[in-house]
Design a protein around this ligand. Structure first.
Ligand code: C2E
Ligand code: MG
Ligand code: MG
Length: 741
């Protein structure tokens, strides 16, 4: 065997095609072979033309129906006969062998194309059989898990006198159960009615492979005796049909069977179909379960995504979309709508924080809700978006046609908001807006929001509605601010600052009766050039270092007074500006007093200037009130700066024990309704004098101003008409000599 195998392997190596050649030569080239038919046979064929063939269903792969159509190798064999002889076949389905025999004898059919009965029994019934055209191996099928090979009950299909052969396979006392079909035999084994079944090898291979119900069965052994297959015809000596068939029938080889079974996808199709059919309930249940769990998972995901969306995109406090959502929507709009102009607006409610601390969180919340309301009414919900960024800051994403149109619209919106807030809270809260127009084609919304914020930052602490557009000028300004901040960060207060003095003059005598100390910055990066407070005070107010500057200026003034006093020269009271920050601090009065003591300055020579806004807004705060009270008790003179510039009222007089009222320059500028103006100012002056407070007019620039002052009865002026703020030595010079007008 080994040598033979080696030899075959060698041949295969040398001639890989040999196998194919042999198969073609011996099996497939039947058409080349000329089959000689006798005269009778030719005549029969010519006469007969159509031959009726009877077939059985259920003998896969030889003879079976699929979807009502007859298929199988038996039919293929006859097809070939048809090609060779020109005969045509017509097929009739038969149910069993008895019917088939009867049909042959009756002449209802001419041929039975699949027949496994022993030829002997057929001949006895007057039927003749052809040569064998196929051999089907017999197999024994048992349950896979049956331990023994012993067969007590054998299932078999009734095949006439075949029973004897079958009986020979098993012990004498074994029972033979006869069934109508091989499938029934297999079911019998499956259900335990029989220990084994004897079946056709090909068919059982197919049934076991395709019928999942039978998956516990296996082919246990292949029997030596094959089941031979013939065709049958009526035993009629006059008919040449039998001899024609015997000449023309080809033999169905194992290879043909295998090829057929492989090619015929019935196998696979049937297996899926039969699986579905036999497990339909299970499958439906599984499908429903899977569908249900998918739905559950989806619901869960949906709920989660809603929750996440809510967390990500909702302002929980105000129940509106938040900035994340605005950014998301804006980005979409910018991408979708490239021809439209869009802008972002950063809105701020001035004084909101103060209102919130004064009236409580709920009152503040009401303002914010009102804001949301007005925004909702005034934005296009489809193409525009609003959101809160934080606290009282809102962001708007708006469409616009032209810059003037946008500004008009936003100004109207600001007015509407302040008006509505005023109606509700009886308080004017200015709204400021930083605006950034989004250049066409860009969609990085975050950058533009940050520009809008920068523009809005410049409007902080506004006392009226304002709009600031982020443009090139603003960018340059912001850059300058940035550079300035860098510079101011590093300054040395004692070295880089200096106090200037602006005289206060009695307009009747033109005598200096006082002065205000004003701080100046000697810019070390600009050759010590003098810079006014507008350049640096806001920065130091932000950082809190303004308090150091205030005391530095105060010390300058004290030194000046001390030196002059020591020299026996004339001194006048000097007022110093003190930032609001001091008033919220614990030790300001003590610190102030300590400096006065250090230079031995009598109380009346240094005045504390506090701005009117501080008085109006922060007196409500306990701390500020307390500080003012302590200062008063210590006999320190308070001066209310910029009176009339904000929303002050005469109530200030009641609240603050001021020794000096400084009328803001804006009083002098208002020349529109002079008569009325004079009346008001006269009364303020009267009231101040009644309260023993001195009135100083700020920003007195010309004769008109002094005339007005005379009219209202205020005689102390501080302004360019008399002197600008000047360095110490210049001020002293002025003080030393009588001023020339
Ligand atoms: P202020 O206290 O109201 O000072 C008066 C401002 O008016 C000064 O501006 C002064 O130069 C200006 N002024 C005086 N006469 C006239 C005039 O006839 N016409 C016009 N147009 N302006 C006039 P300055 O020196 O630029 O100071 C601006 C502000 O800076 C001050 O306003 C004050 O609030 C603040 N400031 C100045 N020095 C200090 C300081 O040492 N500490 C603090 N906290 N603030 C200071
Ligand atoms: Mg001042
Ligand atoms: Mg002032």
């Amino acid at each position: 065997m080994r040598e033979l195998n080696q030899g075959i392997a060698d041949i295969k190596m040398k001639r890989p095609d040999l196998e194919n050649e042999l198969i073609t030569k011996y099996y497939d080239s039947r058409l080349d072979q000329t089959i000689l038919l006798s005269q009778d046979e030719k005549y029969y064929i010519e006469e007969k033309k159509t031959i009726t063939v009877g077939y059985f269903d259920g003998y896969y792969p030889f003879s079976y129906e699929n979807e009502g159509v007859y298929h199988g190798l038996a039919k293929q064999v006859l097809d070939e006969v048809s090609v060779l002889t020109g005969l045509t076949f017509e097929y009739v389905r038969l149910e069993n062998m008895d019917e088939a025999k009867q049909a042959l004898l009756d002449g209802r059919i001419d041929i039975l194309d699949y027949c496994g009965d022993t030829p002997k029994s057929m001949r006895n019934d007057g039927i003749a059989v052809t040569k064998t055209y196929a051999k089907v191996p017999h197999v024994i099928i048992m349950k896979r898990d049956s331990a023994t090979n012993e067969i007590k009950a054998l299932a078999a299909v009734k095949y006439g006198d075949n029973e004897e052969n079958i009986a020979a396979l098993v012990n004498e006392d074994a029972q033979i159960l006869v069934f109508d079909s091989q499938l029934d035999c297999l079911y019998a084994v499956n259900e335990g009615k029989a220990d084994a079944a004897i079946c056709d090898g090909y068919l059982s291979e197919y049934l076991l492979g395709s019928n999942l119900r039978l998956n516990k069965l296996e082919i246990r052994s292949v029997l030596n005796d094959a089941h031979v297959i013939y065709m049958a015809v009526k035993d009629d000596a006059d008919s040449p049909l039998l001899s024609i068939l015997n000449k023309e029938l080809i033999e169905v080889t194992d290879k043909m069977v295998n090829d057929y079974m492989l090619k015929d996808n019935l196998f696979a199709r049937n297996s899926v179909e039969s699986f579905i059919r036999s497990h339909s309930v299970l499958i439906i249940v599984i499908v429903i379960l899977i569908a249900a769990s998918i739905v559950l998972v989806m619901l869960h995901m949906l709920r989660d995504s809603r929750r996440i969306q809510k967390l990500m995109y909702k302002d929980a406090e105000l129940n509106i979309w938040n900035l994340n959502y605005l950014k998301y929507r804006a980005q979409q709009r910018l991408a979708a709508d490239r021809n439209q102009k869009y802008a972002v607006v950063y809105m701020d409610i001035c004084q909101f924080r103060r209102y919130n601390t004064l009236y409580g969180w709920h009152a503040g919340q009401k303002i914010l809700e009102l804001m949301v309301c007005v925004l909702a009414e005034n934005t296009d919900s489809e193409k525009e978006q609003y959101a809160r960024s934080q606290g009282d800051h809102f962001v708007l994403f708006v469409r616009y046609d032209s810059l003037p149109q946008l500004e008009t619209r936003l100004a109207a919106l600001e007015d509407k908001i302040t008006q509505r807030i005023y109606e509700m809270a009886d308080m004017r809260m200015p709204i400021t807006m930083g605006v950034c127009c989004i250049p066409p084609g860009s969609d990085d919304i975050q950058v533009f929001i940050s520009y809008a914020i920068q523009a809005s930052d410049l409007l902080k602490n506004s006392y009226s509605n304002e709009i600031r557009i982020y443009d090139e000028n603003l960018r340059v300004q912001l850059k300058e601010n940035h550079d300035r901040e860098k510079l101011l960060e590093s300054v040395d207060i004692n070295k880089d600052f200096v106090a200037f003095y602006q005289p206060k003059v009695d307009i009747r005598s033109e005598q200096i009766v006082g002065a205000e100390a004003l701080v100046r910055f000697k810019d070390p990066t600009d050759n010590g050039a003098i810079k006014a407070p507008g350049y640096f005070v806001p920065y130091f107010e932000q950082t809190g270092r303004i308090t150091e500057i205030d005391f530095f200026v105060m010390e300058c003034a004290c030194k000046l007074l001390r030196r002059r006093m020591d020299a026996g020269k004339r001194v006048v009271p000097i007022s110093c500006n003190f930032s609001r920050i001091h008033f919220t601090k614990e030790n300001f009065p003590d610190q102030f007093e300590a400096v006065m003591d250090k230079y031995q300055i009598p109380k009346e020579y240094i005045e504390v200037e506090i701005t009117e806004t501080l008085v109006v807004e922060e007196l409500q705060q306990h701390k500020v009130k307390e500080t003012v009270e302590i200062l008063r008790k210590k006999g320190i003179r308070l001066s209310i700066d910029d009176f009339g510039s904000g929303y002050s009222s005469l109530g200030v007089f009641e609240q603050i024990p001021a020794s000096v009222i400084k009328l803001d320059r804006s009083f002098l500028l208002n020349n529109e309704n002079r008569v009325r103006q004079v009346k008001i100012m006269k009364n303020i002056v009267n009231l101040a004098q009644d309260l023993d407070a001195q009135v100083v007019c700020e920003g007195v620039e010309n004769e008109n101003d002094t005339e007005l002052m005379m009219e209202i009865g205020a005689y102390v002026a501080q302004g360019y008409r008399y002197s600008k703020p000047v360095p110490e030595e210049v001020f002293e010079e002025k003080l030393d000599r009588k001023m020339d007008a």
